[in-house]
Structure formats: structure tokens, C-alpha cells
Unconditional design. Structure first.
Length: 258
């Protein structure tokens, strides 16, 4: 079964659609994104957090239109997100977030710590999110059968506890909302999929994680870029049945690195 669900909404919903509508005028940056994609969400949170002017273009990689044709010209891999800047393009969500920090140093708040050691420490935990938390999220969401789901759920809890133990509060590094929080935020807001479909509970990870997750999901830049959870759950239908054909789904199914 193909991944694309023709009944899936074609555009952002909820608070996110208002943000899309407010960012349709041409700007120095064009952000090519898909409302449902957690990796797209990272760059979008960063743009909103730092109040950087941008034009938002919705890309449906499963139903090609005029936006998609141009998108492929600047990003032949066909993966969202992509950022267009002065006629040049960048892909990869974590690379994009770093670019925005470097290209707009005057835009506040800063999302990397000023201290060199703290900045390196933050990068270590961004890497942990990318290489440990995200793969475990997809292993759980694609797990089939109660036994495999229970094992994947316990693995996810364990990986999240390692992260949560080091949360200084209210955000990972303390008072500063940082790229560590940006990296994990899309999966925090999408853990409702796991709650509804995989028996996941934040409290089972621990109270520290629960408090952190509640803080992150209420961050204005996160709220303004998140669609209705019902639509997000619908998007993950093929993943929940382990029928999705995205690169991430295939890598998860084959036990390969994401």
C-alpha cells in the first residue's frame, strides 16, 4: 500500500494554518515544508522562535503540483524541508536550523549557548536526539503485535529517561530554549500518536520528563507550528500499520540507521 492517503488534509490545520497564512509574501527565505513532517517542524519552530521573515510553501511529496516541480529543481533528493536563500538551497533539518542561527546573528533569542563548552555539550544532546530518540520513536510507531510494541515502548522509555535525567528545567539547558529543545519538540508534540495507538504514557518515563514535555509543547513557537493532533494521527496511519514507504520507514523496518 502506498504511503499517501488521499483523504489526508493537504495543508496545515489548527494554529499552524494561521501561521502559514501569515507567511505567504515573498521574503529573503522561502521555506519549503510539509505540515505533517517532524523534520520540517524543526526549521519552522526556529524561524518562528527567532522571528526571521520567511515565505512558507507547502510541499506535498506524494501529490505533485507546481510547488513540487520547483522544489525538485532546488532539492533533487525530494526530501523536506528545504530552505531557499538568495537563489541557493539547503536541505536537512538540523543543518537548516544551524544556518538560520549563523545567517541571522541579530535575530533573538540565540538558540546556541554563548559559552563554547556549553555549545558543544548542547550539540552532543542534539546528536542524541537524532541518533537515539528519533529512531526509537519510529521503532515503536512501526512495531506490530503487542509483544513487539511492549518491547519497543520500554526501549523508548529507557532512552527518554537518559535524556530526561539531564534536563535542568524548564528546558534542557535551563532557562534558555535551545536547539536541543528544537530538535526534540516535534516528537514531543507527536507523542500523542504513541499514547493513543501504542500505550505510551509520559508519566511512565518519569515526572521530570512529563514536566519537560508539557513545557516544550506549550512554547509559542511550537504551538504556532503544530497542526491538529487528529490530522497528525491520520498521517501516521501507514507507519502504525508498518506500510509506510518513506526512507525513514524503510530504514526502521530494515534495522538500519536513520
Amino acid at each position: 500500500m502506498p504511503m499517501y492517503d488521499p483523504t489526508l488534509t493537504q495543508h496545515a490545520t489548527g494554529a499552524a494554518i494561521k501561521t502559514v497564512e501569515a507567511h505567504q509574501d515573498p521574503q529573503e527565505i522561502t521555506y519549503h515544508a510539509s505540515w505533517y513532517c517532524p523534520f520540517t517542524h524543526r526549521g519552522w519552530i526556529t524561524l518562528e522562535e527567532k522571528n526571521i521573515p520567511y515565505q512558507y510553501r507547502e510541499i506535498n511529496i506524494y501529490k505533485h503540483d507546481e510547488n513540487y516541480d520547483h522544489f525538485l529543481e532546488i532539492n533533487p533528493k525530494g526530501l523536506v524541508p528545504a530552505l531557499e536563500y538568495h537563489g541557493k538551497a539547503l536541505g536537512e533539518s538540523l543543518i537548516l536550523t544551524e544556518f538560520l542561527e549563523d545567517a541571522y546573528p541579530e535575530a533573538q533569542p540565540a538558540l546556541w549557548p554563548a559559552d563554547a563548552f556549553e555549545r558543544a555539550y548542547a550539540r552532543l544532546w542534539v546528536d542524541y536526539v537524532a541518533k537515539s530518540i528519533v529512531p526509537a520513536y519510529f521503532r515503536l510507531i512501526q512495531a506490530q503485535g503487542e509483544e513487539r510494541q511492549a518491547a519497543a515502548r520500554e526501549e523508548y522509555y529507557k532512552i527518554l529517561r537518559t535524556f530526561a535525567d539531564l534536563v535542568k528545567g524548564p528546558y534542557f539547558l535551563g532557562e534558555q530554549f535551545s536547539f536541543v529543545d528544537v530538535a526534540i519538540a516535534p516528537f514531543v508534540v507527536r507523542d500523542t500518536v504513541l499514547k493513543v495507538k501504542r500505550g505510551y504514557e509520559r508519566a511512565e518515563v518519569g515526572e521530570k520528563w512529563k514536566a519537560y514535555a508539557e513545557t516544550v509543547e506549550k512554547r509559542p513557537s511550537v504551538v504556532k507550528t503544530t497542526s491538529n493532533i487528529e490530522d497528525i494521527i491520520q498521517f501516521y496511519g501507514p507507519y502504525l500499520r508498518d506500510e509506510a514507504d518513506s526512507q525513514i520507514a524503510k530504514a526502521t523496518r530494515q534495522g538500519n540507521a536513520i
